[in-house]
Design a protein around this ligand. Sequence first.
Ligand code: NAD
Length: 491
Amino acid sequence: MTEVAMLINGEAHPSADGRTFSTYEPARGSTLAEVARATTDDVDAAVSAARTALSGAWAKTSPAKRSRMLARLAQLIEGQADALAELESRNNGKPKWQCLAEIRQAVSDLDLFAGAAQHIYGRSFAVNPSVLSYTLREPVGVCAAIIPWNYPLMMATWKLAPALAAGCTLVLKPASATPLTALELGKLALEAGIPAGVFNVVTGPGAEVGEALAGHRWIDKIAFTGETGTGRRIATIAAQGLKRVSLELGGKSPNLVFADADIDAAVLGSLWAIYYSAGQSCEARSRILVEESAHDRFVEAFAGKAAALRIGDPLLDETQVGSMVSRSQAETVLGFVDAAVQDGARLVTGGALDGELGPELDARAYVRPTVLDGVANDSRIGQEEVFGPVVTVTTFTDEAEAVKLANDVRYGLAATIWTGDSARGLRVAARVRAGTVGVNQPFAAFPGVPFGGFKESGYGREMSIDALDLYTEQKAVLVSTSPKPLNPFGM
Ligand code: NAD
């Protein structure tokens, strides 16, 4: 059994009291590693290291050098992409080829911010003939990043890249289900030349370690990704210290299919939009809203393809849908499906996968791609985030009703519109209340494109250079250019 330490001040750091927790390989139902369980003293040590580095080594590192280090980190990750993808896949249950795609996205994100690090500019202007003003964008300070289990390495870089580019230092807490690639990222950051203390990783349960980190008096900013309920808790903690905070939270995103769409293309794209990562995606388009006249055609084709997706060993290239992150996540998802059926939804395909996989795989950690038809938008399954491979189908009769249903949830992360009428695509895109809207394509997140939520999906935008705003404070400097003393009292 591998024992894994945290990374604090550039060193492998076991827990102060020697305690550990287990992290698993869900697809096989086995334990993968024992990981240090941080105490509050360990959290304190990590924040202290980040604080020392902020005004020390990192403040002395020029933007050009920070840029080179981030680019070097991107290269190192690229060089180890296969090994990192395998580790991620084993720890998370997601197919390895999907982990590889996410690691490539992490590399692009680091490249983007490596470039941006040298272009963090202020503005200057003459306020009047006697006063010149200029602004500086200074690092916001020591940041806490708290991330979920569904895109472990990628989520870590979404925060690390802009934070370090801006000159901040960071303490990252990965989810306990998937801490391993974040710890590898820490080692690679050191190898890239990033000074000790600039990037630290602490591990352990959210309610203890996450709270101790978020509420630490020397944390200036919290970048959180996770459930909306946890985000609300983080916002409350941040409010106590008036800490800066950005929140990337849950979703219940609509996938609108108009009858004038290319239905074959809509079916293929909609499959990806919900079943990628076994539906454990914040931006999963988990509500199909389909125009009544296209309903039968669409659902028949969609459900047929959903049932044909290949479920299996996440390490095999042919696997399209891996396991859930844990057996308990699979149980939660199946609980939602059962309750929906009792509420009147029609199970078209999907549900539990009992004993249909080989002996080395834990079938209880798997859920088949599931389609629930005849779902009322205001029902529980129509409103709550399931976070599994489950899509609901609801019909609409016209564009106005489609928009109303799309917006009638508390979330607003993503949406996709399938239509053959480009004017309608643009019109509906303008009216849907979501941070990312796709038209006739299913992808929601690209480096360079701002990503984040409306409504209870959170606030703040990551992934584009706008994310630098989250990690910088503006300082205005006002300088006298007057040839004589300014004398506002007329003394
Ligand atoms: P979660 O909220 O349970 O946990 C996220 C992180 O917060 C973990 O590291 C956890 O240990 C920590 N945490 C839990 N309680 C805490 C507390 N009281 N104080 C401080 N930290 C705490 O979420 P999850 O189950 O790991 O991930 C799934 C959720 O994340 C879904 O709701 C999904 O939509 C969301 N998500 C959102 C985005 C986005 O960009 N909007 C991306 C990925 C995932």
